[in-house]
Write a protein that binds this ligand. Structure first.
Ligand SMILES: [Zn+2]
Length: 204
């Protein structure tokens, strides 16, 4: 991967390391029990980002360094809740319109801009109408909605992280067990079993 030592480069590296950890802890399971569903595909990766980011903020020596890292943390929330959300809105509207016929590039640009305006609540000065052409995930036709896993993973990993902070009886083994269940249980069930939380309730 491209690596020049910036904070966001480190986040990307850690993100991919999270994927690696997810696959690694499942390596001895039967092959069909290693193929986890898309909804949990970005949980280990976003969890790894959070662990490393919080640790680097805590260990930052200089104020400027700490401010930069906190900015990175806030930017993550914007990325997961607005940028990724815009992709979801775009794709949902695309599938709706596609049922009536094909869409040309002008219409795709309009849909992209409308989706970004909605997701960012009209807060930006300019938008990116060609984003649909530049983002790989829209073109992986076998995996529609390859944006939802990021938002889900962001919220789920925040919840997992907080469960570990509030409950001393949870250990790394519980996290590993949770990841090992991702290809054989529903997300609600694996959260109940390994974290003792109910995903259908808003308090989590
Ligand atoms: Zn990822």
């Amino acid at each position: 991967m491209i690596f020049s030592g910036s904070t966001s480069n480190i986040s990307t590296l850690v993100h991919e390391l999270g994927h690696t950890f997810h696959s690694y802890v499942m390596r001895d399971l039967p092959v069909f029990n290693q193929r986890y569903a898309m909804n949990v595909a970005e949980t280990a990766s976003t969890f790894a980002e959070l662990v490393v980011l919080n640790a680097t903020i805590e260990n930052a020596v200089f104020d400027a360094e700490k401010i930069n890292l906190i900015d990175e943390k806030l930017s993550r929330s914007v990325a997961f809740m607005m940028n990724i959300h815009a992709r979801y809105i775009f794709e949902r509207n695309l599938y709706d319109e596609r049922q009536q016929g094909t869409l040309n590039s002008s219409r795709l640009k309009e849909l992209m801009t409308e989706a970004q305006k909605e997701a960012y609540q009209d807060a930006l000065r300019s938008y990116h109408p060609m984003f649909w052409a530049t983002k790989l995930h829209f073109h992986i036709t076998g995996v529609p909605f390859y944006n939802f896993p990021y938002t889900f993973g962001y919220f789920f990993s925040l919840g997992i992280y907080n469960r570990f902070l509030e409950d001393d009886s949870l250990s790394e083994d519980d996290y590993v067990s949770l990841l090992r269940d991702t290809a054989s249980m529903t997300t609600e069930d694996l959260a109940k079993k390994n974290l003792n939380v109910d995903l259908s309730k808003t308090d989590f």
